[in-house]
Each structure stands twice: as C-alpha cells, then as structure tokens.
Design a binder for this molecule. Structure first.
Ligand SMILES: O=C[C@H](O)COP(=O)(O)O
Length: 249
C-alpha cells in the first residue's frame, strides 16, 4: 500500500507571524487522515514551523537545498543544516527553480543524490510545459527528466523518493490537468520506473499531482489509481482549503 501524501508548498509566502498563525489554524482543523501531511514554509521559518507543530503529525519540508556538503556558496543551505533543525524532507526540481534559477536535470541529479545520501526524503518535481504537450512531446520530456535526475540512484534509494508530477501549464494558472490526463501520465511514470528499477520500486513510490488543485477538484484527481496525493501551492495557504483537500484523499 503506497503512502498517500498531501503536501503544501508555500513558496515565498508567509512571514513568521503568518506562518505560526496558519500552522496553529491548520493543526486545530486537521482531520483524522491516513495521509501524510507536509508543509513547506520558507527556509527562515522552518525551525519555527517545527516548533509550532511539536504536538502535531504534520511534517515540515524545505523548498530547496544545495548539493554541496558545505563551503563558499553564499546564500545557500546544506542538507546538514536542514537535518540540524529536524527537517528531513526537501522539495527539489520545482518548475519555478528550473525556470527562474536555471536548475537543470544535471544539477538536480547532484542535489537528489546528496539529499538521499544524507537521509533526507525528496519530493522531486517535474513536468512538461504547454508547448511540449501541444507538440505531443510530454511523455518523452517527463521520461528524460526522470532519467536524467533519478536513474543514477540505487534501487534502495527510492524509498526516500516521492514524485510530484506538475505540468507547468497548470501551476498557479487555475487550469488543472483533467483527472484522466493526470492518471495517464502517472501510469506512464510508474511504468518508466518499473522498466528501470522493477515493479516493487515502482509500486512503492508515491506519485503526487500538482497544479491548481483546489477543494473543488481534489477528490476527482485523487480518485485515480496512480495518483497518490497532491503537491498544493496556492490552496495550501488557506487552512480551510488545505484541510478540505486533505479530506478529499
Ligand atoms: O508546488 C506546487 C505547485 O507549484 C502547484 O501550485 P498551485 O497549486 O498554486 O497551482
């Protein structure tokens, strides 16, 4: 049985006070759920988020990390720094990191390798742009993103990988992949992993969908057999919306 996961990527939103307020509200409203619930506030509020969630089952993730152990990388954050404040989950490869900060598959392969070697869990994001889909290149593009960044891992490392398929055209646009489009791609992703690492690895990896998931569409998307949860952006910033999405799983 794969782990169901609902993760909220807060991106560059919420200052300290707002972070604590949202987490207090979220903890109070959290429904009884079998799903793992994760929130990813900005770096500077990770320690405070962990403190605010001490008696909660909600886990805290970082939104990024550097591949190096330590050194002259001004402004960067290492795996050990995250682990030092009890954060052992990191989002890597988000399309905004790829688009605005030049992160490519080769860099992401290094980040993922460091993260799993250090014992962090990785929520690895990937997905096609609208032009790729229009040109019917979306499967090939997704396959290459997976191969380039993840296929150098040992099969045993996959227990620490969570995948998040996020078609770029659906992120923050209000346009969502249809449940059928999501299922079609998730099944393709699972087959691609199965072909490379075997069915035990493929059947065990949670594949989240991300891109304009809202309370109104979550249940239908989550009902698909290869969709194991969601990576939620905008709707994770409003406690009642995020709770409704958790309830939909
Ligand atoms: O990481 C989350 C995704 O970018 C989805 O964002 P969104 O739910 O605001 O479309």
């Amino acid at each position: 049985m794969r782990t169901k996961i609902v993760a909220g990527n807060w991106k560059m939103n919420k200052n300290l006070k707002e972070t604590e307020a949202l987490l207090t509200e979220l903890s109070a409203k959290l429904p009884d759920t079998k799903a793992e619930v994760i929130v990813a506030p900005t770096f500077v509020n990770l320690a405070a988020a962990n403190a605010a969630l001490q008696s909660s089952t909600i886990k805290v993730a970082a939104q990024n990390m550097h591949f190096a152990e330590s050194g002259a990388y001004t402004g960067e954050i290492s795996a050990d720094m995250l682990l030092g404040i009890d954060v052992d989950i990191v989002i890597l490869g988000h399309s905004e990191r790829r688009a605005y900060f030049g992160e490519d598959d080769a860099l992401l392969a290094k980040k993922v390798k460091t993260a799993v070697d250090k014992g962090l869990k990785v929520i690895f994001c990937f997905g096609e742009e609208l032009e790729d889909r229009k040109a019917d290149k979306h499967f090939a593009l997704v396959e290459s993103q997976l191969k380039n960044a993840l296929f150098n891992l040992d099969a045993s490392a996959w227990k620490n990988i969570i995948l998040a398929y996020e078609p770029v055209w659906a992120i923050g646009t209000g346009e969502t992949a249809s449940p059928e489009q999501a299922q079609e791609m998730h099944a393709f992703i699972r087959k691609t992993i199965s072909d490379a690492f075997g069915s035990a690895v493929a059947d065990g990896v949670s594949i989240l969908y991300g891109g304009s998931v809202k309370p109104s569409n979550a249940a239908e998307i989550f009902s698909k057999p290869d969709v194991d949860g969601g990576l939620i952006g905008g709707a994770s910033l409003v406690a009642s919306d995020f709770v409704a999405i958790i309830e939909a799983i």
